[in-house]
Design a protein around this ligand. Structure first.
Ligand code: UTP
Length: 290
């Protein structure tokens, strides 16, 4: 496999599950403790060796561009107050000029459509797709994908409760080794009881550029959206598909439960917050169980 140098961050969705919080603010800017989801995703990509970042944005998403740009007023205010630590912190966020692109997805027609919007920026090389609302702590999931498998399409996977398969893309398994599965296909949100397995795809992909041709030809799928899963599935006769069981701790921050749990997990794993969070939780438990 050629080196994976480009990553697509689809951030054009409506985030309806978080309304009213997402009425005027992108879902991907919701914070877990002190960092927005999109920043965790960008840090994972840069740490995995990604050199060019492509954001697929939409209406109301300009806060994402601002987040990764200079904030002259903020910087001079912090300088005037002698707060050098925060200046370093915010300047680390500035993405390299000429290596970051923002493409407007004019209508939120689905994840597959969002990825397709980047077709002219990718060229003839494999690329990554990262969904910021799948937050993974611990190990760098994209790095694991890139190093686990050097051909064909590769997706991050985990086993889910068979009652939950209708929330995910589910692999049709061909063969399984310790942490990698080879798949015959993938089906988007199958009805409970009809899924080919319980191995679910989560929001990290390394894909071959042929996927763009398939995205042009797939019909709208579940929810009337153009599904990335359908395009990946239609490639399987000619392009292999592997799933990698990632080793980090993943939270579905597209849901309220996932946001709450990731915040608690994040706090318990931060030195300066762990003790106070734990003692607060203990006191709540005591009160609740009285
Ligand atoms: P979701 O399926 O979570 O949809 O998208 P959503 O619109 O963000 O949220 P809900 O369901 O209304 O609450 C998964 C990822 O794909 C992006 C989203 O921004 C999110 O990062 N996406 C989705 C797009 O970029 N464009 C789309 O048309 C749809």
């Amino acid at each position: 496999m050629k080196k994976v140098k480009k990553a697509i961050f689809p951030v054009g969705g409506m985030g309806t599950r978080f309304l009213p919080a997402t009425k005027a603010m992108p879902k991907e800017m919701l914070p877990v403790i002190d960092k927005p989801l999109i920043q965790y995703a960008v840090e994972e990509a840069l740490d995995a060796g990604i050199e060019e970042l492509i954001f697929i944005t939409g209406r109301g998403k300009t806060a994402i561009e601002d987040h990764f740009d200079y904030s002259v007023e903020l910087e001079s205010m912090l300088a005037a107050r002698g707060n050098a630590r925060f200046i370093d912190e915010i300047n680390k966020l500035i993405l390299p000029v000429g290596r970051v692109y923002y493409v407007r997805q004019q209508k939120p027609l689905g994840l597959g459509h969002a990825v397709w919007c980047a077709r002219n920026l990718i060229g003839d090389e494999p690329f990554a797709v990262i969904l910021a609302d799948d937050l993974i702590f611990g190990q760098n999931c994209l790095k694991e994908l890139i190093s686990a498998c050097d051909n064909g399409n590769v997706v991050a996977v985990m086993r889910v409760d068979p009652e939950q398969v209708d929330k995910y893309g589910i692999l049709d398994i061909d063969a399984c080794s310790s942490n990698i599965v080879k798949a015959k296909g993938v089906v988007e949100k199958p009805k409970v009881g009809t899924a080919p397995s319980n191995v679910a795809v989560i929001g990290r992909y390394v894909l071959y550029p042929e996927v763009f041709r398939h995205l042009e030809n797939v019909n709208t799928g579940i929810n009337g959206e153009i599904q990335l899963t359908d395009a990946i599935n239609s490639m399987t006769p000619t392009t292999s598909l592997h799933g990698v069981f990632f080793s980090g701790t993943r939270f579905d921050c597209g849901t309220k439960e996932g946001m709450v749990q990731s915040t608690i997990y994040g706090a318990l794993n931060r030195k300066e917050l762990a003790d106070s969070t734990l003692s607060y939780m203990e006191s709540v438990m005591k009160t609740e169980t009285k």
